[in-house]
Design a protein around this ligand. Structure first.
Ligand SMILES: [Zn+2]
Length: 120
């Protein structure tokens, strides 16, 4: 069994407060305005994106910009209900899908952003 670091209640409280501050920041508003899930990359309306910690606070994750991603409802729910190892597998599957889509796409990659809906 892998060693899973855990954080104290005090640390978690501090990191949650930091997350609240970042949620109100221009940086986070820009992330939301981009309208894209940080895990699966699906276009998602900003109001449906929630702030998620890549490495959860209880596992020693921090409320730092590199550890905070906007997550769509599907990914958010998956993360909540999957075991950490299952979540890793989920992310690996998403990465595989992205690679396959890239490889099968005949369009130049720089055109993708103009109409992301066309790809699905
Ligand atoms: Zn997602």
């Amino acid at each position: 069994m892998a060693f899973i670091p855990s954080a104290s209640d005090e640390e978690i409280r501090r990191e949650k407060a930091k997350a609240r501050e970042l949620r109100a920041s221009a940086w986070w508003k820009r992330r939301l305005a981009a309208g894209r899930c940080g895990y699966c990359g699906r276009p998602t309306p900003p109001r449906e994106l929630t702030m998620d910690h890549r490495v959860p606070l209880v596992r020693g994750g921090r409320s730092a910009k590199g550890n905070l991603v906007p997550a769509c409802k599907a990914c958010n729910a998956a993360k909540k209900y999957l075991l950490p190892v299952e979540w890793e597998a989920y992310l690996a599957r998403l990465a595989d899908q992205a690679r396959v889509e890239e490889a099968s796409s005949s369009r130049p990659a720089e055109k993708d952003w103009t109409n992301p809906r066309e790809r699905s």
